[in-house]
Design a protein around this ligand. Structure first.
Ligand code: CP
Ligand code: NVA
Length: 302
């Protein structure tokens, strides 16, 4: 695997291979078994948006694998002052063994991959969040076993998380339903692809989407970069919340996932969040294990 730019680029077989490596690395870490598979390698981590989980899990992941990670804030890099991404890519390729980037435009991540000569990993764009959804698939597998035929439901804004969840869920053979207010649906091409390749529903009716769900997902109503719309979005999304009524129509053993950070009493009630906190923090933990698997696949010696 050369890069991880978006989940659409991965086959089901490649996704399963990443999840299997992640399961093994998780087990071995818990048993004190170390694998310095990336000894001497350095990952640059470019952040043009904030992060807690992505930054810390990639940094610890590189350390666990015997390598190093450099935190590169766009506030300090010349890229933040307008140096073209094409030049940044070619310069950093001379120093680093891989780049993880969190930014706004998906095109910037694709340009890094095009102009650079080292593996590029997408740590979130406005379009998608592939690392998070690999961790979500890993967590669902841990809790639910085989994902084939299981129903995943997402309630809220049709954003980067939704786009990746649809692709990841459909590729793994899950039924995927999404409830969004009109005008806030996920990417149209992804929805068309999902309808052609699996069982997919997009509706503005939350209870219809959540009926018999095995897993419920939600995410913030205003993503990073949409802070100025937050007030307006609070009104538009006020009914798009995971609460007791949604839990009641899902399967009795439904699990709840949230990529975090969460806004209690907005997209999820505090009660539901706390009742499912173990599953949600397993999901956060699995970022570490799944990203180590991605790092090994992208930066490891073939
Ligand atoms: N879920 C996630 O990507 O978290 P951070 O924004 O803290 O990295
Ligand atoms: N949709 C959120 C996800 C954060 C991990 C955002 O882009 O801010």
């Amino acid at each position: 695997m050369k890069h991880l730019l978006k989940l659409m680029d991965l086959s089901k077989k490649e996704i399963i291979e990443i999840l299997n490596i992640a399961d093994q690395l998780k087990y071995e870490k818990k048993h004190g078994i170390e694998h310095h598979l990336l000894k001497g390698k350095t990952l640059g981590m470019i952040f043009e948006k904030s992060s807690t989980r992505t930054r810390v899990s990639f940094e610890v992941g590189m350390y666990d694998l015997g390598g190093n990670a450099l935190f590169l804030s766009s506030r300090d890099l010349q890229i933040g002052r307008g140096e073209p991404v094409e030049d940044t890519a070619r310069v950093l390729s001379r120093y680093l063994d891989g780049i993880m980037i969190r930014t706004f435009a998906q095109a910037e991540v694709e340009a890094l991959a095009e102009y650079g000569s080292i593996p590029i990993i997408n740590g979130l764009t406005d379009y998608c969040h592939p690392c998070q959804v690999l961790a979500d698939l890993m967590t669902m597998r841990e809790h639910k076993g085989n994902l084939e035929g299981k129903k995943m439901c997402y309630i809220g804004d049709g954003n980067n998380m939704t786009n990746s969840l649809i692709v990841g869920g459909i590729k793994m053979g899950m039924k995927v339903s999404v409830a969004c207010p009109k005008g806030y649906e996920p990417d149209a091409d992804i929805m068309n692809w999902a309808s052609e390749n699996g069982e997919f529903l997009c509706t503005d009716n939350i209870l219809e989407a959540a009926a018999d769900a095995d897993v419920l997902f939600t995410d913030v109503w205003a993503s990073m970069g949409q802070e100025s719309e937050a007030e307006e979005r609070r009104k538009i999304f006020k009914n798009y919340q995971i609460n007791d009524s949604v839990i009641d129509v899902a399967k009795s053993d439904v699990m709840v996932q949230h990529c975090l950070p969460a806004h209690r009493e907005e997209e999820i009630t505090a009660k539901v969040f706390e009742a499912h906190a173990d599953e949600i923090f397993d999901e956060a933990e699995n970022r570490l294990h799944v990203q180590k698997a991605v790092l090994v696949k992208c930066l490891g010696d073939k």
